[in-house]
Ligand binder design. Structure first.
Ligand code: GDP
Length: 370
């Protein structure tokens, strides 16, 4: 009869269309809920029954409301980024919106970094990246929500920095925030039945509150959608082909000037000009197909093999894919050319290179991580 149903856990309007948005309930679960008279959204249902949280995303408008309600609190902000996609993890304007609250920066998915990478060095590098975005974190911590590496140290840091205050965990979608929160819930013994959902004041956004020892709470906020993420252009199958699940094995290619390297059909790297042959190190999903060719033949090769040899995109998705767009850089120091969400190529100083990606996806240069 057109009446809007609300989740009895968090109050979000129930909807069956979009898994990533608040209030999502699968059709079958909704029918069961209506029979029993208790309608929960999937997020609250899973939380009640399995103590497990499900990621949920939100767009600009809701996001601004969320951050402004956090800036009005006196709390510690735990800001989670994906170490594989730092730029794609940045929350625009975070530094203005958290107010005077301190920020603890968490580089998640450290398990995918090659074992030769020194965590201390990576953490320093991450701090510099944050500074470049106007964020001055009081601490930087590398963890893996997946393997549980250093999650205990993160909890100890949170306790040290929060000084009796509440904690808000923020991050864009796909950085692994839900996985990490689930680890935190598992490690916080005794909280099992105490986790609650409630709303941010003046919004329909649900938050999850996990009690801390001194009566304060750790609040998980909905993930913020970064529309420029490669992940939003890909279907589930393609996403698997580009998202590193295990430790990355760097691959070194010796390239002459005017040689090209395709990264599946989603990325392309040209060594345009330079003094001589150089080694270029590629950091990407271990199974991603890399193909070397002459720069002069690259356009034709791409036309002929997109969706075939050059996958992802898969054959059925290739037609709707925008052409790759070039971004040219002249390096002055050893740098990474980042194709956001796909990986990066470490290049030497003093040469000209190009990175290519679909037009929505950022390609950028940064000081080399290592
Ligand atoms: P959220 O949207 O930020 O809540 O992210 P999810 O927790 O749903 O994770 C997004 C993707 O990253 C999933 O494919 C996870 O398997 C993967 N992921 C999450 N945490 C980690 C991690 O610590 N290491 C690795 N390698 N992958 C992770």
């Amino acid at each position: 009869d057109g009446e809007v149903l609300h989740c009895i856990g968090c109050g979000a309007a129930i909807q069956t269309e979009d898994k990533t948005k608040p209030g999502y309930t699968p059709e079958s679960a909704l029918n069961k809920g209506l029979e029993s008279g208790e309608v929960y959204c999937q997020r609250c249902f899973r939380l009640r029954h399995y103590n497990e949280i499900v990621p949920v995303g939100l767009t600009d408008d809701d996001f601004l409301k969320l951050l402004s309600s956090i800036s009005a609190t006196d709390s510690l902000i735990v800001y989670v980024v994906d170490i594989f996609d730092v730029n794609g993890s940045l929350i625009p304007g975070l530094h203005r919106l958290v107010g005077d609250n301190k920020v603890l920066l968490v580089g998640n998915k450290v398990d995918i970094l090659p074992t030769s990478f020194k965590h201390k060095k990576v953490a320093d590098w991450l701090r510099q990246q944050a500074n470049g975005a106007g964020i001055r974190p009081i601490g930087v911590q590398l963890v893996s929500g997946k393997t549980n590496e250093d999650v205990d140290r993160l909890l100890a840091s949170i306790d040290k920095y929060r000084k009796g205050k509440d904690v808000y965990v923020v991050g864009v979608t796909n950085v692994g925030k839900s996985t990490l929160i689930n680890q935190i819930i598992r490690q916080s013994t005794g909280v099992k039945d105490l986790i609650t959902t409630s709303r941010f004041p003046g919004t329909t956004l649900d938050k999850i509150e996990i009690p801390l020892a001194d009566g304060q709470t750790l609040t998980d906020t909905p993930g913020i959608i970064q529309p420029e993420q490669m992940a939003h252009l890909l279907n589930g199958e393609e996403l698997k082909l580009v998202t590193p699940q295990k430790t990355i094995k760097p691959k070194v290619y010796q390239l002459n000037p005017e040689q090209t390297l395709f990264m599946g059909g989603l990325g392309r790297f040209d060594y345009v000009s330079g003094d001589k042959k150089h080694g270029f190190t590629v950091y990407a999903e271990n199974g991603l197909y890399l193909h070397r060719t002459k720069l002069a033949n690259a356009d034709e090769f791409y036309e002929g093999h997109l969706g075939g040899l050059l996958t992802p995109p898969t054959a059925d998705n290739a037609a709707q894919f925008d052409k790759l767009v070039p971004h040219e850089f002249k390096t002055t120091v050893k740098s990474d050319i980042v194709i956001e969400g796909l990986g990066w190529i470490t290049v030497p100083a003093g040469i000209v290179v190009r990175g290519w990606a679909p037009k929505q996806v950022a390609v950028l240069i940064r000081p080399a991580m290592i």
